[in-house]
Write a protein that binds this ligand. Structure first.
Ligand code: ADP
Ligand code: ADP
Length: 224
């Protein structure tokens, strides 16, 4: 069955309908690419699924829980414990080292410093950025920074990883490597990945592609 699903999502900003009856569903271990033209509603769909933005109408379910009916604090707890996030620009904390950045979600979840940093190191290693663990984000290349952000997102062992144009700021070689490492790590941990991208070569790493157009989702079945 579905791990995360949405039915009939509607969201309007002012007079602009961003989502106009969007349906979506993803299973554990599945990588789904959400494609579509700019302004079609991809990011809004991701934000509704992740409990960041409440929809005006429609429902979001995570396992047997209705995310769309939860309080702000319950949604925020759900994001912290079950979800991970990677955005276009990694959004690392500039004052912290890469190791401290990668350990942050575990520290926030209550893990002790040693344990959190040991786990974070494993993930930095898997993303091939363990060598820069003592650097601050400002000292990294774009590709390194994004891989640290992916390591940080996965170190918390999320059941769903939300990635919004995760390679959008990278050249194609770095983007492909980051996608290879991201999808391999997600498969190893049976995490679902909601991957928003407008790039076909990035979507090629998914199991299935859906296309958002005018706030509605078209499911094209099995991808590559
Ligand atoms: P995409 O990710 O496909 O580019 P978005 O979900 O970002 O699409 O946007 C869908 C529509 O909603 C666009 O017309 C966009 O301008 C509008 N929109 C999205 N977020 C906001 C916001 N926070 N405030 C106002 N309008 C928004
Ligand atoms: P866009 O996709 O429209 O370019 P961003 O990716 O920068 O926008 O962020 C979209 C929203 O997600 C923002 O409202 C931001 O507060 C929220 N956000 C960003 N990072 C996280 C995170 N790690 N956890 C939860 N929410 C986040």
């Amino acid at each position: 069955g579905a791990l995360l699903s949405a039915q009939g999502l509607r969201k309007t900003y002012g007079s602009t309908p961003a989502l106009d009856g969007a349906d979506f569903s993803i299973r554990a271990g599945e990588v789904v690419a959400v494609m579509g033209p700019s302004g079609s509603g991809k990011s809004t769909l991701l934000h509704c699924l992740a409990g960041i933005v409440p929809p005006d109408a429609g429902t979001v379910h995570y396992r047997d829980r209705e995310v769309s009916a939860m309080s702000d604090s319950a949604r925020s707890a759900l994001r912290r414990t079950e979800f991970g996030f990677v955005f276009q620009f990694g959004q690392l904390v500039p004052e912290l080292t890469c190791l401290e950045n990668a350990a942050l979600p575990l520290r926030l979840a209550g893990a002790g410093r040693k344990k959190a940093e040991a786990t974070a190191r494993e993930w930095l290693d898997r993303l091939e950025v363990d060598d820069v663990r003592h650097h601050r984000p400002g000292q990294l290349s774009g590709g390194q920074g994004q891989r640290v952000a992916i390591a940080r997102a996965l170190a918390g062992r999320p059941r769903v990883l939300f990635a919004d144009e995760p390679t959008g700021a990278l050249d194609s070689l770095n983007g492909e490597r980051a996608m290879q490492l991201l999808t391999r790590a997600a498969r190893d941990t049976d995490a679902a990945v909601v991957l928003v991208t407008h790039e076909t070569r990035v979507a090629a790493y998914s199991d299935r592609e859906v296309v958002v157009r005018d706030g509605r989702v078209k499911d094209h079945g099995s991808g590559v």
